[in-house]
Design a protein around this ligand. Structure first.
Ligand code: SF4
Length: 287
């Protein structure tokens, strides 16, 4: 087990995640769960508002470094939204990495020229645009403070951020390190403002089975407090130009999905991204 560091350990203890619960969840196998009664999918149009991100996760190809990152204009966003609406989409999925830091001078200069102090303000305006076009906004803007969450919740049908793992993994290494306690705080903030929320775990970034169980149980406990988790993703890391580590095999994914199904109540959907995982091989594990 990579073991959560001291601050995360404290947060997990506060949530009531116990060693006994972790051990019981680790004992779950695919045969312990039944296939879901039905499968569903979201008709969403993907809006990558910016490729800037203050973090540098070692498995991620989404972010671009300062000087290379894109920022969609209002016109770009409107065109994508209208194309999606015309194609029958019902949801606008706004993604970016995490709040761009000061290195992204060009991004901040453009936001300033467009009359916004932050990417979150701009996102708010783009969510209003999505509503005008007839789409339900769902935003994934990374870690948020409670006031940022409250501001964005006004214009989002739902929001999300991946917990990924409660473990302290090298994949999040670097001077701008993404931390599990920030992620837990973001999920808690979503609960406090009452916005329906999607989160999940990333499988294969250096965590082990106890870490996966601990992460799923942390999500469960936050949902028990706030009742705001609508969906939990079980997402495998995949090889790319920044990640040359192993990709979890189907057996690993099947077991992780089964654990998620057991950890979360039936009202919470378990999702495996069909573009990143062998979905057919996990359909009987509670997806
Ligand atoms: S926070 Fe997200 S977008 Fe940013 S580097 Fe990490 S995985 Fe990529």
């Amino acid at each position: 087990m990579q073991r959560a560091d001291g601050r995360v350990r404290g947060a997990l203890d506060d949530l009531g995640v116990t060693t006994g619960d972790v051990d019981r969840l680790c004992a779950v196998a695919p045969d312990d769960v039944a296939p879901a009664a039905h499968l569903s999918f979201a008709r969403n149009v993907f809006v990558p508002l910016t490729t800037a991100c203050r973090y540098t996760c070692t498995y991620c190809t989404y972010f671009d470094p300062p000087g290379e990152a894109s920022l969609m204009t209002r016109e770009d966003v409107r065109e994508v939204l209208e194309t999606g609406a015309d194609a029958g989409c019902t949801e606008a999925l706004f993604t970016f990495g995490d709040k761009p830091d000061d290195r992204y001078e060009a991004i901040h200069a453009r936001l300033d020229a467009w009359g916004h102090d932050s990417i979150h303000e701009y996102l708010h305006e783009m969510c209003e645009l999505a509503l005008d076009v007839g789409l339900l906004p769902h935003s994934n803007p990374g870690d948020l403070q409670r006031d940022e969450m409250a501001m964005l919740a006004e214009v989002n049908a739902s929001m999300g951020v991946m917990l990924e793992t409660t473990a302290d993994v090298d994949a999040h290494a670097g001077p701008r390190r993404k931390t599990p306690e920030q992620r837990l705080d973001t999920i808690r903030a979503a609960g406090e403002v009452g916005v329906p929320f999607t989160t999940g775990i990333l499988v294969g970034i250096g965590e082990d089975w106890e870490d996966r169980a601990e992460s799923l149980l942390a999500i469960r406990e936050l949902n028990e407090r706030y009742g705001h988790i609508q969906e939990v993703l079980v997402q495998p890391v995949v090889g790319n130009e920044r990640w040359n580590g192993p990709t979890p095999d189907a057996g690993t994914l099947r077991r992780a999905v089964a654990m998620a199904r057991v950890a979360l109540p039936e009202a919470v959907s378990i999702q495996v991204p069909p573009n990143l995982a062998p979905v057919r091989e996990v359909l009987d594990c509670g997806v």
